[in-house]
Each structure stands twice: as structure tokens, then as C-alpha cells.
Ligand binder design. Structure first.
Ligand code: URA
Length: 499
């Protein structure tokens, strides 16, 4: 049995040299007892590692891992490393270093990670206090730190790079790093020194309190970033419990005092909002061209073309559908597909002459999803309806009809702003957003989808009745005596047209 005790300073080099010698001499792991100054204080019982033996080749990735793992505080770390090194040599074909399922490798990787994490904490939590004489050529600082692993030696370079122009020492119970006149050295551990208060400490605490955001407090995340064991040596940590306790109150105060938008920006936003809601304001002759080149919402990207309204420029009746279907998208004309045909049949029964009405849609582009070779209609969403209202409002302002017939929920929503159920509202007249009467009815495509013959028959009858009502509204001489609510509305409704 061989005994090896590794020194606290220069540990990696010492382990590497010893491991190389044992490996070259074919000494198996179970014949070596590894220890460090803490676990094997009896330095004189050591064997010198065997000398001689053949050349040893070790994968670079193992060396890199070992360079970190040797600083772990687990007394078994040297033994684990050597045992793995032995397996690497015995099974070169197994590519052990990249075997994620290998338990020995996984343990070493965990140790490596712990050491790296500890190094990271040291970089973040070492707090220096000034100890030099005033007026000395180089300022001098000292810090007390209590790391979990033996990481002073592999981490010291970081502080050399950071604080190369001053003298400093980092004292720990284990190993201390001293940097004087540009030279780094290590010595054995220290008892906790009595370091003076530092003038910059108050500044540090103020900084810490200021970067603390009570509205984003996550106690667990904070404690995992700044584990409690480090608190005793961090001046700012004394303030943490109070800051946590006061966080809800401070977050509330922050919300109440939230900054308001600067007035100029508010005005700009208001103007933008207003312009979104208002209609297009160009000359009516330019409206068709403007609609054709609309890019206000993404629907224009896939549709063949925008489908314009059609009919007399000064029609008494405006009929509004949802959006063009497949046939309308291809032909560029509203209500020419199956829904249009059903509409035409019902209009004929209701003695409504479609040619006298201005027929349009709430949304001007066809919205669809592609299934195989087919384009399947998709309902327009609120944003698309609202974007397209810009055009519908412009059409209403240009045509100035006496009555608008809203066919289906999309048209009703666009014209009245209300989304409540269509069934309860069908056949009634509401005042639209433009102040004009809006008669609500079914959409013809809805009737086409009704598979129950009786239900469809009844719905078609109601639809025809609504079309007849619309026809009489715009030609009152045709009005049947029973349409009392219509007459009442006609009397109340403001005249949309200039006399
Ligand atoms: N459905 C509509 O809403 N409008 C059309 O133009 C065609 C079908």
C-alpha cells in the first residue's frame, strides 16, 4: 500500500506528478491511499511515488477536469481522479470521457461544477478593506473569505488581473493569496483577522441598496445567488432581511409613483389612436384605389385582391357582409359565390332589388387557411375587423345610406361595436356607430350551413323577412302597415343625408 499526502499549495501539480508515476509503474488505485494536509497530518509516513516506468498519455479533457477537481474539499477527490485515470488507460476503446452515463465521470463532473461555482462566488463576494498607510506608493488591501472548496490558488489570477496596480491579500482559513509589488504568492491559512472598517463600505452599501429592486424580489433566487453562508463577511448582507421585509411596501409605493409618459409622447399617442379610430379622409374618388392598395393588416399578404363594395354611389341601402369568400377573392366582386346566390334568391322573394343597394363587406380581404388544394374560410378577428373599419366608415361617409343591413356577427360588430349574440338581435334595428340605423340579420353563409331542413327553412324565412323590411325602409311607400317599430325608428332616426 502506498500513502501520498498532497500539499495545500501547488496541489494540482503534486497530484499530477504522483499520478503519472503510479500509472507508469502500473500501481492500481486500490493500492494507493491519497490524502491532503488536513486528512493526513502525518507527513512522514508517506511513500515516495515509484520512479521510472513507461510514458503515460492522458486525454486533454481529463487533465482539464482534474485541474479543477483537485481543489474540491472532498477528501476522496484524489482517489476518484486516479481511479478514473486508471479506467481510462485500461479501456482506451470506450471513449470514457464522453460517456454521459458513466457514474464515475458524472461524479467528477459534479465536483468540477461545484468548484467552478465556488470560484464564481469568490470573485463576487470577496470584500477588500484598505489597510495601507496613507501616502504609501501603492495602496494596500486585505479581505477575509471563507470558501467551501480550496479555490484560492486557482482563482487568484482573476484578482491579479483586476487589481494589478495595488497590493492586496486574500486571507482564508485554508490558503491565503498575497499580491505585493506585482508578485503573487501563497501561504498557509489564517485565523480571521480584525480588519478595519472601510470608508468605501458605506458607498458599497448604498450601491447595493440602490440596485435592489423590491418589485422583482425573489427570495429563493437571491439566496441561491448569494448563499447565507457568505453573508457574515458581506457588509451589505446586514441590510438584506430589512430590505426583504420592506419590499412589498416599497413595491406598492413604486407602482403608485410610476412615471407617467412625457406629455409630448402622450399627445402623439392620442393622435395616433384618434387616427386609428377615425375614417379615411381622402376624396371619395380616391377611395377604391386606396382600398385596393390597403396593407393595414396582414390579410392583404395572402388574398388575391381587396374586394371593393359595389352599387350606386348614393344608395339608400347599404348591405354589409363579413369578408369576401373564395369566389369573391378571385373575381374581385362581393357576394358572387354560394352565399351571394342564396342572398339573391331571398332578395328576389323580398322584392329587394340588389342593384339599388350598395353591397360591401366589413373586411375587404379573404382570410383563409390552406388545406390541400383548398382555401378554407376563416373568421376575421377583432383586430382585422377594427383595421378594416377604416374603409367601411369611409364607404358609409361617402354613400350616406338611410339604412345599413348588417348580415352576420362580423358586420354587426363592425357597425355597432357590440358583440352580443346575433340571434337575440336579428330583425331589430340598432343605432350604429355612425349614428345610422343598422338592421341586424343572419349571414347567408350561416343559412347554408344549417343542415336541419326545418331549422333552415325557418331561418331563411326570417332572413327574407329582414330583407323585405330593409326594402320597405328605403322605399317607405312599400312599407306594410305592420312595421310599427320600423316607422317609430324612422321618425326617431336622425337624417343621415344633407337635405
Ligand atoms: N360572404 C361575405 O360575407 N361576403 C361576400 O362577399 C361573400 C361571402
Amino acid at each position: 500500500m502506498h500513502r501520498v499526502t498532497l500539499p495545500p499549495i501547488g496541489t494540482f501539480r503534486a497530484w499530477r506528478d504522483a499520478a503519472r508515476s503510479f500509472l507508469a509503474a502500473n500501481v492500481p488505485p486500490e493500492q494507493i491511499l491519497w490524502g491532503d494536509h488536513a486528512t493526513a497530518p502525518d507527513l512522514f509516513s508517506d511513500d515516495s511515488p515509484p520512479s521510472g516506468g513507461g510514458a503515460v498519455s492522458v486525454p486533454r479533457s481529463f487533465i482539464q477536469m482534474a485541474e479543477t477537481v483537485v481543489w474540491h474539499s472532498d477528501p476522496e477527490r484524489f482517489a476518484h481522479l486516479y481511479a478514473f485515470l486508471w479506467r481510462l488507460r485500461e479501456t482506451p476503446h470506450r471513449n470514457l470521457m464522453s460517456d454521459r452515463g458513466d457514474r464515475d465521470l458524472a461524479r467528477l463532473r459534479r465536483m468540477e461544477k461545484n468548484v467552478r461555482r465556488c470560484q464564481h462566488k469568490m470573485k463576487a463576494f470577496v470584500r477588500f478593506r484598505e489597510i495601507g498607510r496613507p501616502g504609501a506608493a501603492r495602496r494596500s488591501f486585505a479581505a477575509w473569505f471563507e470558501p467551501t472548496h480550496h479555490i484560492v490558488e486557482p482563482t487568484a489570477d482573476f484578482f491579479v488581473r483586476r487589481f494589478g496596480d495595488m497590493d492586496w491579500r486574500i486571507l482564508t482559513p485554508d490558503v491565503s493569496a498575497v499580491f505585493e509589488q506585482g508578485k503573487l504568492s501563497f501561504s498557509e491559512g489564517h485565523a480571521k483577522p480584525d480588519l478595519p472598517e472601510d470608508a468605501s463600505e458605506a458607498l458599497w452599501i448604498t450601491y447595493f441598496q440602490n440596485i435592489f429592486n423590491p418589485a422583482r424580489l425573489k427570495v429563493q433566487a437571491m439566496q441561491s445567488e448569494m448563499p447565507k453562508k457568505y453573508w457574515k463577511n458581506l457588509p451589505e448582507a446586514a441590510y438584506i432581511p430589512r430590505m426583504i421585509a420592506e419590499a412589498p411596501m416599497r413595491a406598492r409605493a413604486m407602482a403608485e409613483a410610476a412615471p407617467t409618459l412625457p406629455p409630448a409622447r402622450v399627445e402623439q399617442l392620442k393622435a395616433q389612436l384618434a387616427s386609428c379610430k377615425s375614417a379615411w379622409s381622402g376624396p371619395s374618388e380616391a377611395l377604391p384605389k386606396a382600398i385596393r392598395s390597403c396593407t393595414r393588416c396582414p390579410l392583404h399578404c395572402n388574398a388575391t385582391q381587396a374586394v371593393l363594395g359595389e352599387g350606386p354611389a348614393q344608395a339608400d341601402l347599404m348591405i354589409v357582409g363579413e369578408q369576401p369568400g373564395e369566389m369573391e377573392d378571385l373575381s374581385g366582386r362581393p357576394f358572387v359565390g354560394p352565399a351571394g346566390q342564396l342572398f339573391d334568391q331571398a332578395a328576389a322573394k323580398a322584392e329587394l332589388d340588389r342593384e339599388t343597394a350598395y353591397v360591401t363587406n366589413a373586411v375587404k380581404h379573404f382570410k383563409f387557411s390552406v388545406r390541400g388544394k383548398r382555401r378554407i374560410h376563416q373568421r376575421s378577428d377583432v383586430s382585422e375587423i377594427e383595421h378594416c373599419r377604416w374603409w367601411l366608415d369611409a364607404e358609409i361617409a361617402t354613400v350616406r345610406p338611410k339604412l345599413i343591413l348588417a348580415m352576420g356577427a362580423t358586420a354587426a360588430r363592425s357597425l355597432t361595436g357590440k358583440e352580443t349574440g346575433l340571434h337575440a338581435r336579428r330583425g331589430t334595428i340598432e343605432t350604429g356607430r355612425a349614428g345610422l340605423p343598422v338592421l341586424i340579420t343572419f349571414h347567408p353563409a350561416y343559412l347554408l350551413r344549417l343542415s336541419e331542413p326545418e331549422v333552415r327553412k325557418q331561418a331563411e324565412a326570417q332572413f327574407t323577412q329582414d330583407l323585405a323590411l330593409a326594402a320597405t325602409f328605403v322605399a317607405p311607400d312599400k312599407a306594410p302597415a305592420h312595421s310599427d317599430h320600423l316607422q317609430a325608428f324612422t321618425q326617431e332616426a336622425p337624417s343621415p343625408r344633407a337635405p
